[in-house]
Design a protein around this ligand. Structure first.
Ligand SMILES: Cc1cc2nc3c(=O)[nH]c(=O)nc-3n(C[C@H](O)[C@H](O)[C@H](O)COP(=O)(O)OP(=O)(O)OC[C@H]3O[C@@H](n4cnc5c(N)ncnc54)[C@H](O)[C@@H]3O)c2cc1C
Length: 325
């Protein structure tokens, strides 16, 4: 095959949301290049997921299903993806950008002598060449890359493409065997993400995020309580992640998660360019900050200048009242 291959990822309850965003990027690229598009997924007990991916995208899907892939280990994912690429011989391969693909995709690219651009926010075709765009210099500038190898790979940052609309046109799924995969890594223990009860940050329609302006770790309860009252996902700035108030998986921004909720409520967040890079796709931004000059107000449609401790509880009460009518 000469074509575009995209890899999907699994999440605890099905497909990782970014999988269908990458499918959109792959479909657009394949159509601009006049090439076919095929999907792939790696894991264990994932034949149903492969079928789901095929039903959603209408693409043929290759899957590697092996008990040795039950727990994530980079070496084994490299071996599995290598087997899929060998089975197809694509000229372009796309992956969702996740903490796992950040680890194993560069190793796969090295092994296959492929050119790779990570964390792309758009892929276009100009005069027959693929041009990948990504933020650089902490999000202050955008760089364009044109690759010069027969095999080109890209990881696609979350939130940059809309998920591919469901095709309802199932194609075939095909199993690829995992070859012998030596690994120097043994998983001793898996520690689940400690903050995981509310809506997931990436898929929540409403997200409330706190920054240093929340004041103390104890005050963070205000954010959690507001999230429960509003049915919102919880996020935060890098500053509060560094203080250990929330886990790194909840960091919103350039080096954290990029999200596209309907409503993003930024509480005590200054609106640094690195933070705003994570919410450029949010439909409506609401900001609470005691500094009227804070940069977050430039990105906000609604803003309240005031102390978090006074404004947030009143805001939540009012939201509850409005919702009860
Ligand atoms: C390469 C790089 C990558 C980065 N990636 C990220 C990223 O992914 N995500 C991210 O968030 N940051 C990132 N940063 C850090 C970023 O530049 C900022 O330092 C960070 O976002 C600031 O966090 P903050 O808004 O919580 O804190 P601050 O900038 O300190 O802002 C706190 C805000 O709270 C307000 N405030 C204070 N007290 C109150 C009160 N009582 N009531 C109401 N408001 C109050 C203040 O007016 C201020 O605006 C990155 C930096 C670099 C260099």
């Amino acid at each position: 095959m000469s074509g575009v291959l995209f890899f999907a990822s699994a999440a605890p309850n099905g497909l990782f949301a970014g999988s269908l965003e990458v499918a959109t990027a792959a479909r657009e690229l394949a159509s601009a290049l006049g090439l076919p598009v095929v999907g792939a997924i790696i894991g264990h007990d994932n034949e149903q997921l492969a079928k789901q991916l095929s039903d959603s995208t209408g693409c043929e899907v290759l899957f590697v299903d092996d008990s040795r892939l039950d727990q994530y280990v980079g070496d084994k994912y490299v071996a599995a993806a290598h087997a899929v690429v060998d089975a197809l011989s694509p000229n372009v391969v796309l992956f969702p950008q996740t903490s796992e693909t950040n680890e194993w995709v560069p190793r796969l690219a090295g092994r296959l002598d492929a050119a790779l651009v990570t964390a792309c926010c758009s892929l276009a075709v100009e005069n027959g060449d693929i041009v990948a765009t990504k933020p650089v210099s902490g999000g202050a500038a955008r760089a364009e890359y044109q690759l010069n190898r027969p095999l080109c790979m890209f990881t696609v940052a979350a939130g940059c493409y809309d998920p591919l609309p469901t095709a309802n046109a199932s194609a075939s799924v095909r199993r690829v065997e995992l070859p012998e995969a030596e690994s120097r890594v043994t998983v001793l223990e898996t520690i689940p993400d400690p903050v995981g009860t509310g809506p997931q940050l990436k898929s929540a329609k409403v997200v409330i995020s706190g920054g240093l302006g929340v004041g103390t770790r104890d005050n963070w309860k205000m954010i959690d309580d507001a999230a429960v009252a509003l049915g919102a996902g919880v996020g935060g700035s890098r500053a509060v992640v560094e203080l250990g108030w929330i886990p790194p998986s909840k960091q919103v921004g350039f080096s954290g998660v990029k999200i596209r909720p309907d409503v993003y409520i930024a509480v005590g967040i200054s609106g640094a360019v690195h933070h705003l890079a994570g919410i450029s796709g949010a439909k409506t931004v609401v900001a609470i900050n005691n500094d009227a000059e804070a940069n977050i107000f430039r990105a906000a449609r609604f803003g309240v200048v005031g102390d978090v401790k006074e404004v947030l509880p009143a805001f939540v009460e009012r939201m509850k009242e409005l919702r009860s009518h």
